[in-house]
Design a protein around this ligand. Structure first.
Ligand code: RP5
Length: 161
C-alpha cells in the first residue's frame, strides 16, 4: 500500500515535502517523482498507467501555473488523484487552483488549498484508512491528539481572561 507523489518540478519540492512528512508519520510508503505534464508528458502518463500495479492506491499531483499534471494523471489512471496547487507564479496560486479543480465531467480530481501539502498528505491517509483497520486506529488517535492540543490552547485563553 503506497501513495504516489508526483510534482511538476523540483521547485515544488519545498512545499510537497510536508505531504511526504505526514505520510511518513503514518508509516506509509511513498513513491515520489518529478514528472511534468508539459515537459515529460509521456513519462507522467506511463507513471500513472502503471501506478496501481506497483501497489500505489492514491496519487497526490502537485503542480503550479497551468497545473495540468493532476488532471493528466487522473485521465489515464483509475486511482483517486488529489491535486495540490502550488503557489509558483505571479498569480498567487489561483492559476494552479483553477487549473486543478476545473476538471471536465467524468474525470474527478480532488483538491486541497493552495500550498496545502499537509492536508494533501492527510487526505491520502484517510482514503487508505477506509480499508485498513490499523491505519484507521492511527487516524482516530491523530484526531484525538489534535483536539487535545486545541483544548489546551482554549484552556490557556480561558485562564487569561
Ligand atoms: C509547473 O511550473 C511546476 O509544477 C512548477 O510549479 C512551475 C514552475 O516550474 P519551474 O520553472 O520552477 O521548473 O509546471
Amino acid at each position: 500500500m503506497k501513495v504516489g507523489i508526483v510534482m511538476g518540478s523540483d521547485s515544488d519540492f519545498p512545499v510537497v515535502k510536508d505531504a511526504i512528512d505526514v505520510l511518513r508519520k503514518f508509516n506509509i510508503e511513498v513513491e515520489a517523482r518529478v514528472l511534468s505534464a508539459h515537459r515529460t508528458p509521456y513519462d507522467a502518463i506511463e507513471y500513472a498507467k502503471t501506478a496501481y500495479d506497483r501497489g500505489i492506491r492514491d496519487i497526490i499531483g502537485a503542480a503550479g501555473k497551468a497545473a495540468h499534471l493532476p488532471g493528466v494523471l487522473a485521465g489515464v489512471s483509475t486511482l483517486p488523484v488529489i491535486g495540490l496547487p502550488i503557489k509558483s507564479s505571479t498569480m498567487d496560486g489561483m492559476d494552479s487552483l483553477l487549473s486543478i479543480v476545473q476538471m471536465p465531467s467524468g474525470v474527478p480530481v480532488a483538491s486541497v488549498a493552495i500550498n496545502g501539502a499537509k492536508n494533501a498528505g492527510l487526505l491520502a491517509v484517510q482514503m487508505l484508512s477506509t480499508g485498513n483497520e490499523d491505519l484507521h486506529r492511527q487516524f482516530v488517535a491523530y484526531k484525538e491528539e489534535m483536539a487535545a492540543a486545541v483544548r489546551a490552547k482554549d484552556q490557556k485563553i480561558q485562564d487569561m481572561y
